[in-house]
Ligand binder design. Sequence first.
Ligand SMILES: CSCCC(=O)C(=O)COP(=O)(O)O
Ligand SMILES: [Mg+2]
Length: 224
Amino acid sequence: MKYSAIITDIEGTTSRISFVTEVLFPYARQHLPAFVRSQCQQPEVAQELAAVRQQLQQPDADIEQCISALLSWLDADQKITPLKSLQGMIWRAGYEQGHFTGHLYPDVVTQLQAWHAQGIKLYIYSSGSVAAQQLLFKYSDAGDLTPLLSGYFDTRIGAKRELASYAAILQQLQLPPNQVLFLSDVVAELDPARELGIATVQLIREQQAAGDHAIAHDFSQIEA
Ligand SMILES: CSCCC(=O)C(=O)COP(=O)(O)O
Ligand SMILES: [Mg+2]
């Protein structure tokens, strides 16, 4: 066993990009205005709206201005933390009511089970909120896979292209970098992890450009 821990990205790595862009994002877009209007007094929503106002640097922005900003961030796929948190809250209903299940490539399910059985700790690092990550794995195509996972990281620990984010994750895992493997389809996410000494593998699921990291087309090709 080469690694004590494996951290994996979601979109384009464990899951098809189109599941995020054609199922999750449109569902959030459709339900966000009514969700925010009806739930804005709930403390967890009010807290995210305060973060939206802070991001806008408009402390007096009303609900409709907040909704408009959130929708424009969503359309531009901006990984802004209050948007990602609200998306997770909205997706909960979609999963619980059976509108969709969390897409995972079949090789991911098999390999996560094998790595878990070998004693490798498995973590997720996605721009989707921790709650959204937990929902995807709880309501996955293959059933509840959350027992396989030891932890989750989102934009609260930092952006995925920033070296400091990977340093903070290593700090939390309390592991030396060479015992950790990071999987992503995006070279700009793999580069800062490698700079810290974390092992990296780029997943090439579709037709994206390869970088200079080790490459796998599916999880069965990854030596851990
Ligand atoms: C937790 S599933 C939703 C993924 C998401 O919201 C997103 O922005 C994709 O981010 P990733 O870091 O997984 O590429
Ligand atoms: Mg990705």
